[in-house]
Design a protein around this ligand. Sequence first.
Ligand SMILES: [Zn+2]
Length: 120
Amino acid sequence: MAFHVNIRRQIYERAGSHSELNSRNIEDLECSHLSHNHGLIEYNSAEMGVLCSSIEHLAYHLIFQDQPELIGLSNKNNYFAIRCLYSRVEKQSSDRNIDSHELARLIEQAKNEWYYYLEL
Ligand SMILES: [Zn+2]
């Protein structure tokens, strides 16, 4: 489930043209949900979103692979998100000549940035 278009616009305006995770300018930014729990009143709010790259979005879902309930997802739904994001990231990487070793390194780096961002 994606953010409402108006909420997405708010997130993009707040962030400018950089990732909110690390302030780097990145192509193909997207809105990542901090929680996917639809029951939360703030589910569809700008506060619930972080503008980041697909690799960073993927890293977020990977961090919570063992405890997807912490981000409001079942194992199955988190796995599905990981698969979708991974195929997007692989496509972007091949377009940019990023090899699998470099991609693995970028994913690990993004995980560490999330740990810092989330104070984990
Ligand atoms: Zn997500």
